[in-house]
Ligand binder design. Structure first.
Ligand SMILES: [Zn+2]
Length: 42
């Protein structure tokens, strides 16, 4: 699970960049229930 600090979104999958804003992702192992989850289709 990666986290985008720009979109405040959790990105599932092995992404190097945020698929939404192309920003740098933070590695995150824990998950907050309040965070929105985005599952990119591409
Ligand atoms: Zn983003």
């Amino acid at each position: 699970m990666n986290h985008c600090p720009y979109c405040q979104a959790d990105i599932e999958g092995n992404w190097q960049q945020c698929p939404l804003c192309k920003g740098s992702l933070e590695k995150r192992t824990d998950k907050k229930a309040s965070d929105p989850v985005v599952t990119p289709k591409y």
